[in-house]
Design a protein around this ligand. Structure first.
Ligand code: CTP
Ligand code: MG
Ligand code: K
Length: 179
């Protein structure tokens, strides 16, 4: 059980970090360029080119660091930790950003202003994006790494981690809302 949690957490790290990096790097031009659809912003000012690019880059870089330390860390906790081929790393990091962007599109279409909470979607949008893109970019790696039990742990663990991380970012004054 602990093995599953360790593998799930490790395999998702390149998808967890991009959203937090985007919060720190955000600002600048919005992806939608201010365009609207049905009187509402397509995505809103919370989805920027810079946040998306930096978030993706940080996730891919983190995967390289994890690749270097996987044997050492794995041995010390007695778990066979996965490494990340480049395509898988890009899939996880970019996919996490795209999932979050997709959720903003849905939020705007359902009348939610920038920053409004969208429970469940807020907690799992980036997981869905990361898993779909990782599968598209490196299917062999994906099915080997994300076995059904690992996916189940990811789906249970991520909302808890997401709520905790964002609450901390809010308390530190890095984020405007605690979700
Ligand atoms: N951010 C960014 N680019 C992204 C994602 C996030 O620049 N692709 C930055 C923005 O500064 C954003 C902050 O990270 O305001 C927090 O991200 P998030 O909570 O996802 O955005 P919200 O501002 O809450 O907007 P939305 O309602 O569209 O989710
Ligand atoms: Mg938000
Ligand atoms: K979000």
């Amino acid at each position: 059980m602990l093995d599953l949690v360790a593998v799930a957490f490790w395999a998702m790290l390149p998808a967890y970090v991009p959203n937090n990096a985007a919060v720190l790097a955000g600002g600048g031009a919005p992806i939608d360029g201010g365009r609207t659809m049905g009187g509402r912003r397509l995505l809103g000012d919370g989805k920027t080119w810079r946040g998306t690019a930096v978030g993706t880059a940080v996730g891919v870089l983190l995967a390289q660091v994890l690749n270097l330390v996987a044997p050492t860390v794995g041995q010390s906790i007695g778990v066979d930790l996965p490494t990340f081929p480049l395509a898988a790393a890009v899939g996880l990091a970019l996919g996490a950003m795209l999932g979050d962007i997709g959720a903003s599109f849905l939020k705007r279409r359902t009348g939610r202003e920038r920053g409004a909470a969208f429970p469940v979607v807020d907690q799992l949008d980036f997981v869905a994006g990361a898993l779909v893109c990782a599968a598209l970019f490196d299917f062999g790696w994906f099915i080997e790494t994300f076995t059904l039990p690992v996916v189940v742990v990811v789906l249970l663990l991520t909302p808890v981690l997401h709520v905790a991380t964002n609450a901390i970012a809010y308390l530190l004054g890095l984020k405007d809302e605690p979700y």
